[in-house]
Design a protein around this ligand. Structure first.
Ligand code: KG4
Ligand code: ZN
Length: 344
């Protein structure tokens, strides 16, 4: 059985062909980084327009690379939640059109479940049950994952996502977009102790939530002073940029790592699966590896190409197909995330 998977939740237009045995026949990702760079973040309107231009060529390329045609497909799957409304719609419309025209079953993909499923694909074996930590540009969430399709929220960010914090701080430091890789690189030459930065909720063992917006404000005040100063990154000394990058990276990693360990203790699960673009961060991965050895849990973090948005992780559609979960052509998008029940 061959499934075409489509991903357009944010600023990556992606398609893949996967089999029901979870073999990846092809994977194509068209990144929009260049388009959003000058704005220091993803501009939703630009993202959806770019998806419209790219979606068909990307699907064509995925089919060609897999050496198949539409006639060889058995199903079409699409990430329809959560994400940017306009971006989600483009992928969904493409998937519905193909389902209708080629008489294919339509399968819905939850983008966050897909990020954790990337760990299943990378491991090559079952990774459930586990604690799932999703850290991306739009999400910082912890879940109790009993199975690929059964997630219970344990906590999440009460304001900005971790990736968003990386991106916004990188923009203040004049490091460009996306901010995560730029901060990681600048931090290599920096002293993480030079600036005193907050780690909100870190010392509250009753909560599995994150808060990163105060970090952003603290960075701004320490770099440019209080009030409404002009934030000119060009005036910053290179060492200040490096030290601040190192400090921010350390603060974000401290919060994510501590709550992940707390979630494992709470659930009594012995496995942590991490997904989303921020999971590409090298010092974060290294910290998690040390914690896994220290606290004796199994750690699953996918390779970098499966951390950032891609359509391969849409292979989670296989689980839905096995469970008989198909959609009608009136399937809609669901842009928002149900606010995690801030579990105590
Ligand atoms: O999962 P993703 O590709 O898209 C969303 O669903 O949001 O995540 C993108 C986010 C961006 O905020 C980017 O700055 C961050 O992942 N990111 C990183 C690294 N690579 C990407 N953050 C920290 N360190 C990295 N190496
Ligand atoms: Zn994502």
């Amino acid at each position: 059985m061959l499934i075409l998977t489509i991903e357009s939740t944010c600023d990556e237009t992606a398609a893949a062909v996967v089999s029901d045995a979870l073999e990846v026949r092809s994977s194509v990702v068209a990144s929009q980084e260049r388009l959003h760079e000058r704005y220091g973040g993803v501009v939703p309107e630009i993202a959806s327009r770019a998806h419209v231009e790219r979606i068909l060529p990307v699907i064509d390329e995925a089919l060609a690379k897999a050496g198949v045609t539409l006639a060889d497909l058995d199903a079409v799957a699409v990430a329809n939640r959560p994400g940017l409304g306009g971006s989600l719609l483009v992928g969904l419309m493409a998937a519905k059109a193909l389902a209708l025209a080629c008489d294919l079953p339509l399968v819905a993909i939850d983008h966050l479940q897909a990020h954790i499923y990337a760990c299943r694909l990378a491991a090559g074996r079952d990774v459930f049950p586990c604690v799932g930590l999703i850290v991306s540009g739009g999400h910082s969430n912890l879940y109790r994952c009993e199975s690929p399709l059964d997630f219970t929220p344990l906590g999440g960010t009460i304001d900005d996502a971790a990736g968003e914090a990386f991106d916004k701080v990188a923009s203040m430091l004049g490091l460009g977009f996306p901010g995560g890789p730029a901060i990681q690189q600048a931090a290599e030459r920096g002293d993480p102790r030079r600036f005193k930065l907050p780690r909100p909720l870190l010392d509250d063992p009753s909560r599995l939530d994150f808060s990163f917006s105060g970090l952003k404000t603290a960075v701004r005040y320490q770099l440019f002073g209080a009030g409404r100063p002009e934030m000119d990154a060009r005036a910053l000394e290179p060492q200040v940029v490096a030290d601040m990058a190192a400090g921010v990276q350390a603060a974000i990693i401290d919060c994510l790592a501590a709550k992940a360990v707390l979630a494992l203790k709470r659930t009594d699960y012995r496995r942590l699966c991490v997904g989303g673009g921020v999971a590409a961060n090298k010092p974060f991965r290294e910290r998690l590896e040390r914690l896994a050895a220290e606290h004796e849990f199994e750690l699953q973090v996918p390779p970098l190409s499966l951390c950032t948005d891609n359509a391969v992780m849409g292979a989670i559609a296989v689980e839905r197909i096995k469970a008989g979960l198909f959609e009608e052509l009136d399937l809609d998008i669901s842009a928002g995330l149900e606010r995690p029940t801030l579990a105590r």
